[in-house]
Ligand binder design. Structure first.
Ligand code: HEM
Length: 215
């Protein structure tokens, strides 16, 4: 039988390609956008991670989602430091969620409150992605906008307490392989993962509309 970590990765492969090659992500990685677009994107991430992490404590005891809740993953404090750097000390005053971001955060919260397996799908989609492709985005951001290496502006991408991301990801995949869920529930989690990718793509689409290339 296919390991669940393999199943969820292969089943979401197409959605991953779509997110990765979205206009906004391509423009960002191509160094074609200004730091304003990057700041706006970072603001959107703040809403998503707040939704993911405000529920973390309560879900820590849950048999399905609980083992995945690990303090070294928490991103909100890093995002807040990045935003203070990008927007200034009063970064909260101008902070707004795009409608697509609100929809995404609402779905994360809904899963957190009603369906731990669904929450896990969102957890996987973001944190394992941040530990993987996130590092490519960090490198590009440092080069394009001159942030200090692993410093203010890109702290979101730096997991200070994870010395070996490859080993951490292996451990995470082992947890996925051991989840207490039957086949039907696993299928539902995979479907929610695809939805999580689609919600990300929706945010990218909205950001792409807000920051079209003038050239
Ligand atoms: C341009 C942007 C992106 C790049 C360059 C990128 C690149 C990568 C790479 C190279 C891996 C493989 C790492 C490995 O095998 O250890 C990966 C994995 C992953 N990415 Fe992305 N990615 C991007 C965007 C995203 C987005 C937007 C999401 C979802 C929000 C995402 C979610 C994931 C997940 C969940 C994995 C782990 C797959 C697994 O091993 O189970 N990625 N990404």
């Amino acid at each position: 039988m296919t390991a669940f970590s393999t199943l969820i990765r292969t089943a979401s492969h197409e959605q991953h390609v779509e997110a990765e090659t979205s206009t906004f992500m391509s423009d960002l990685l191509g160094g074609r956008l200004g730091v304003e677009a990057y700041a706006r994107y970072t603001e959107q991430l703040w809403f998503v991670y707040r939704a993911l992490e405000e529920s973390a404590e309560r879900l820590a005891e849950d048999p399905v989602a609980g083992p995945f809740i690990q303090p070294e993953l928490m991103r909100v404090p890093s995002l807040e430091r990045d935003l203070a750097h990008l927007r200034g000390a009063d970064w909260r005053s101008g902070l707004t969620a795009l409608p697509a971001t609100r929809e995404y955060a609402r779905r994360v919260t809904e899963c957190a409150l009603t369906w731990p397996g669904g929450y896990l799908a969102h957890h996987y989609t973001r944190y394992l992605g941040d530990l993987s492709g996130g590092q490519i985005i960090r490198d590009k951001a440092e080069k394009t906008w001159g942030f200090a290496r692993k410093g203010d502006g890109v702290r979101f991408y730096v997991f200070e307490q994870i010395a070996n991301p490859a080993a951490f990801k292996r451990g995470y995949r082992e947890l996925l392989d051991g989840i207490r869920a039957d086949d039907l529930e696993k299928q539902r989690i995979v479907a929610e993962c695809k939805r999580a990718f689609a919600l990300n793509t929706g945010v990218f689409r909205a950001l792409g509309e807000e920051f079209p290339l003038s050239a």
